[in-house]
Design a protein around this ligand. Structure first.
Ligand SMILES: Cc1cc2nc3c(=O)[nH]c(=O)nc-3n(C[C@H](O)[C@H](O)[C@H](O)COP(=O)(O)O)c2cc1C
Length: 157
């Protein structure tokens, strides 16, 4: 079962997180398809069981390039209600837009009717790193991957 991970990254921080999420998906027995935003195609969506989006925080929101992918996904509007969703971000500071960025990504997923699971143990909406991700951030990325993978397995026995 495949999981599409699409991320934007200009200076590499979100990219490092994306690799950690991808590794986590693999470790949980699913097949990650890791795509940087410019190489991503919404035509991958019908072939995957989950979509995870990662973005740097730009003015408290995801980047325009990630939003473009979201907007292009209208091609499959109404056909993604079985997909599990997740999101993560990298910010320059603390309390400077991480949660609004992750929630914007999850919001688009909810509009698609996708299935999004929160985390009651902290990082409620998804992992957010400040600057270069540290071990804690990588651990949170792995936990996100585990949560998404477990839900995919439950929904696709
Ligand atoms: C155009 C632009 C806007 C940004 N806006 C914010 C912001 O609102 N809040 C914040 O914490 N960081 C902001 N940043 C900093 C980035 O989110 C941060 O450096 C991030 O780690 C970059 O991720 P990347 O290395 O994957 O490109 C901004 C950076 C740029 C270039």
């Amino acid at each position: 079962m495949k999981v599409l991970i699409v991320y934007d990254s200009r200076t590499g921080n979100t990219e490092e997180m994306a690799h950690a999420v991808s590794k986590g998906i693999e470790e949980n027995g699913l097949e990650p398809i890791l795509k940087k935003v410019y190489e991503a195609s919404v035509d991958d969506l019908p072939n995957v069981k989950a979509l995870i989006l990662g973005s740097p925080v730009y003015y408290g929101l995801p980047t325009g390039k990630i939003k473009e992918v979201i907007d292009e996904s209208v091609k499959y509007h109404g056909k993604l209600t079985h997909l599990v969703g997740g999101a993560f971000c990298s910010a320059g500071g603390t309390h400077t837009g991480s949660e609004t960025t992750i929630l914007a990504l999850l919001e688009a997923m909810l509009v698609h009717g996708m299935i999004v699971q929160g985390n009651p143990h902290g990082n409620h909406y998804g992992p957010a790193a400040v600057g270069s991700p540290d071990d804690k951030a990588f651990e949170h990325c792995k936990k996100l991957a585990e949560r998404v993978a477990n839900l995919v397995k439950k929904l696709n026995p």
